[in-house]
Design a protein around this ligand. Structure first.
Ligand code: SF4
Length: 900
């Protein structure tokens, strides 16, 4: 074994959210894929901080579950055969049905270089714009809103502004869980400057409210109304920046008139928004009187049928006060994925061309000239939901899905499955072999994952960072750009796709960003042109920088601020639009008149509750990576439905029991979580679980495919549903060293634990699992607890528990964490009786994990709070270490202290 304790640290970027934290990775053992992860001190996104997910990246780089070889119809093949198959099927489909019969569906997990090549192949050489991405589900509404207002998809501000603001408004964003390092930065600043105000606008009371001076518990979908009301309030209070409006904007009167028409008086407005009138006035007053104000938003805004209007309603208020692109002032979108922004830069969305160009005749010709592409797509292609609907109608007959899991993440999953079954050729390139989408692949291509691939990503503040390989590619895995280029070569485009590495692609991308930019007074916002000639070694050593990147100090489109040298003669610009300079043709920003629309699907008699979906703290997307970490699985170990206590009572749901949820589109079954954090009439379900981890627990089957009419982003947060108790004969808990196949069991969720798996089950015939016959060779100890009607069995061999099985007519109250800890220890058969008693001896019961870094449970924290009279998270940290590393659990610790 080659143990390398002195290995050099490799600077790379986190695989998960759009914060884009810098990581320092030290490979301890390349053969065993052992790597130490820490936050990179000099990365401007995180300055050394990481959250629980980023800290655990080292636990997700094993070869467990990896797709390592190309496969055609399940048969392992060599690369040349797989690529020949992809190319010939692509060619045949195009010849027979035309270029619009094929599509690529990409991902914000792709590196910019992968995205660039995929987009070039589709839009430049195949001649169709059917190239969309799961970023459509993430921030398409922000793209559309920014383009309407600024004439370009430009993020005007920067993370530093979150710290410089005196008023920070977080809209539809559980920052504490979804952008945790930004939340840590905000918390640190609020501790330094307690006068800094934080307002959270969210229908749920999330962990982010831990910092809030004011939480507006808004009705879902009322954001446009609330910000229209703010625009009117600003006008009526004389808080407008008339100079900025007159010099740099247009359309203000129409926007104000539309806002006024929609809001009524303050009492009506507060009622319509579902918030207390005095709280609404307080927010409006703070906004009016605080010059340094940042409004930051995330999926609660974007994933909505009115997402684009929500974005514009907020931007209107910033334009009206001239609070944009200034230190501590401006609108700031927080993107979900690590490279959603990079995808936008290279035209990853079906309605864009590369380098922030559009489907205008000039731009089409320009990109065609640059690529020397004779077959440029002439109009936008199909966007995510429509792309799969087209497939279902038989119009799209070939799809290549790259690094994403649309069966789980798109709304109306049943229709997505139907479409994939109908599609003649489904190619999936992924690093994981078994996903809900890979099941439908004709051709599987092994992609290099984070830790084995090399390129660039862009975070939410336009900062481009290198993602670097830590290990050589495993098996036959290859980067996505390589596969796409190989296929392009087989289609006859070898010359245009003759890349020797990601640096080659990056140089071309940089050159295109500067190509005919600033010609005849027409400037594009996105440029990194000075990097078009960097050498391979300069690319290897590229330090994080923000675009736009100019060759000289000062680029004529606004004063440079916070310049940061990247290579000797270049400078990047941190903020846009302080002095106007919008990309609208005449340089003026557009105010957008936003109206309030009725939802297409509203709760009614059959489906009386409103379903919201979202993220939990320690999981990422469809769990293909975080699901591998035992530590990350302990915080939220099962899919759940959060429901207000009065609704729970009305629908006879008990906390921790199982419930069935149904919508017009499908059914799911999950654990009940009764929670005061929910508004009555609204329920919440996480988006992460798939059929690989839970037979019944994924939300995509329920969600309605309603789209924002402008951005085409699906509304994942507004689906009418019904709930009822889940009826079953028996419940079981199984802890085992081997994975169990999901059979015909009513409810089953798999939880990865240290050295094994835990299964929560419900159904009939649970005691007949085929696993039990395989365990026959082990020593077995069995006990029936008649007081609770529970059968408990433990199998032993080699001084180790091999499996534990608990079953009964009710859900077992056995402490799961404690059983799991037994499972990891050496144990004798005499000690089996402890296990079979179902509960730990006094004091050992840790409860649900709260602190992922140090494995500290809820009950341990509560005991320490009670025994030592602890009154703040710092004291808890000094007793138990909990919360002293990444800090992601601090809001929950504070919640436990408050609960007493
Ligand atoms: S906040 Fe967490 S998940 Fe997001 S980039 Fe940073 S470490 Fe990764």
């Amino acid at each position: 074994m080659a143990v390398n304790q002195l290995a050099k640290a490799i600077n790379t970027t986190c695989a998960y959210c759009g914060v884009g934290c810098g990581i320092s990775a030290r490979v301890v053992d390349p053969e065993l894929h052992l790597v130490e992860i820490s936050g990179r001190e000099d990365h401007p996104a995180n300055y050394g901080r990481l959250c629980s997910k980023g800290s655990a990246l080292g636990e997700t780089v094993s070869l467990d579950g990896r797709l390592l070889y190309p496969k055609v119809h399940g048969r392992q093949v060599v690369w040349s055969e797989a690529l020949d198959q992809v190319a010939s099927r692509l060619q045949e489909t195009i010849e027979q049905y035309g270029p619009d019969s094929v599509a690529i569906y990409g991902s914000g997990q792709l590196l910019t270089e992968d995205y660039y090549v995929a987009n070039k192949l589709m839009k430049g050489f195949i001649g169709s714009a059917n190239m969309d991405t799961n970023s459509r589900l993430c921030m398409a509404s922000t793209v559309a809103g920014q383009k309407r207002a600024f004439g370009s998809d430009t993020v005007p501000n920067t993370y530093q502004d979150l710290e410089l603001a005196n008023l920070l408004v977080l809209v539809g964003s559980n920052t504490a869980w979804c952008h945790p390092v930004l939340f840590q930065r905000i918390r640190a600043m609020k501790e330094q400057r307690p006068d800094m105000k934080v307002v959270v606008i969210d229908p749920r009371r999330t962990e982010t409210c831990d910092l809030a001076d004011l939480h507006l518990v808004i009705k879902p979908g009322a954001d446009v109304l609330l910000f229209n009301g703010l625009l009117v309030w600003l006008a009526d209070q004389g808080a407008l920046d008339q100079d900025y409006i007159e010099q740099h904007c247009q359309g203000f009167d129409q926007a104000l008139e539309a806002a006024r028409a929609s809001v009524g008086d303050i009492q009506q407005l507060a009622y319509a928004c579902g918030v207390e009138q005095n709280e609404l006035i307080q927010f409006y007053h703070w906004f009016c009187t605080t010059d340094k104000t940042v409004t930051a938003w995330s999926q609660g805004v974007n994933q909505s049928a009115a997402g684009t209007d929500k974005v514009n309603a907020m931007i209107n208020c910033h334009l009206a006060t001239g609070r944009i692109g200034r230190p501590g002032s401006g609108p700031l979108s927080l993107t979900g994925q690590p490279n959603a922004m990079g995808g936008r830069e290279v035209g990853g969305l079906a309605n864009q061309l590369a380098a922030h160009m559009e489907f205008t005749p000039d731009d089409i010709a320009r990109v065609g000239r640059f690529w020397q592409a004779a077959n440029m797509a002439q109009s936008p292609g199909k966007t995510a939901v429509d792309l799969f609907k087209s497939m279902d109608r038989g119009e799209i007959r070939f799809v290549w899905i790259m690094g994403t899991n649309p069966v789980v993440s798109l709304p109306d999953s049943h229709r997505v499955i139907k479409a994939l079954k109908k599609c003649t050729t489904v190619v999936v390139s992924d690093c994981i072999e078994h996903t809900d989408t890979a099941e439908f692949a004709d051709i599987l291509l092994p992609a290099a994952p984070w830790s084995e691939k090399d390129g660039t990503v862009t975070n939410s503040e336009r900062r481009i960072s290198r993602q670097r390989a830590l290990f050589p590619t495993a098996g036959e895995a290859r980067p996505d750009w390589w596969m796409i280029s190989e296929v392009a070569g087989r289609l006859g485009f070898a010359e245009a796709f003759n890349y020797s590495g990601s640096a080659d692609i990056f140089r071309e991308h940089a050159a295109l960003s500067g190509y005919e930019n600033n010609r005849e007074g027409k400037v594009r916002d996105f440029t990194i042109a000075p990097l078009a000639d960097i050498t391979d070694s300069e690319y290897d050593g590229l330090e994080p920088f923000q675009w736009p990147l100019s060759a000289v100090q000062g680029d004529g489109s606004g004063a440079l601020s916070d310049t940061q040298p990247v290579i000797s003669t270049t400078a990047s610009k941190a903020r846009f639009f302080k002095d106007g300079g919008f990309f609208t043709g005449n340089g003026r920003a557009n105010f957008i008149a936003t109206d309030v629309l009725r939802p297409l699907n509203a709760p009614g008699k059959s489906y009386p509750l409103l379903l919201n979906t979202g993220r939990v703290r320690d999981h990422w997307h469809t769990m293909t990576r975080t699901g591998l970490s035992a530590r990350l699985n302990q915080h939220t170990d099962e899919p759940f439905l959060a429901i207000h206590p009065t609704d729970a009572e009305s629908y006879q749901l008990r906390d921790q029991a199982l419930c069935q949820i149904s919508s017009e589109f499908g059914k799911a079954a999950v654990r009940v979580q009764v929670s005061e954090a929910q508004r009555p009439g609204e329920v919440f379900m996480p988006m992460h679980w798939t059929r690989q981890h839970s037979e019944t627990g994924f939300s995509g089957v329920l969600v309605n495919p309603v789209l924002d009419p402008v951005s085409k982003q699906p509304d994942l947060k507004y689906t009418p549903v019904a709930v009822e108790p889940y009826h079953t004969e028996r419940y079981g808990v199984l802890i085992t060293r081997e994975r169990v196949a999901f059979g015909d069991i009513g409810y089953m969720t798999e939880v990865r634990i240290e050295n094994g798996y835990r299964y929560e089950m419900a159904g009939s015939n649970l005691d007949q699992l085929s696993l039990f016959s395989r365990l026959k060779s082990y020593q077995k100890v069995e006990f029936t607890d008649n007081t609770v009607g529970e059968r408990r069995v433990a199998w032993f061999s080699d001084a180790q528990l091999q499996a534990i099985w608990v079953s009964g007519q009710a859900i077992s109250s056995c402490d799961r964490q404690w059983l799991q800890s037994w499972f990891c220890q050496t144990a004798s058969i005499e000690e089996a009786w402890w296990v079979l008693s179902g509960k730990p001896p006094r004091g050992e019961d840790a409860g649900r994990q709260v602190c992922a870094c140090f494995g500290v449970g809820e009950k341990t924290i509560c005991r320490a709070i009670a025994e030592h009279g602890l009154t703040d998270p710092v004291q808890v940290g000094s007793h138990l270490q909990a919360g002293t590393n990444c800090g992601s659990c601090i809001p929950e610790i504070r919640g436990l202290i408050k609960r007493g």
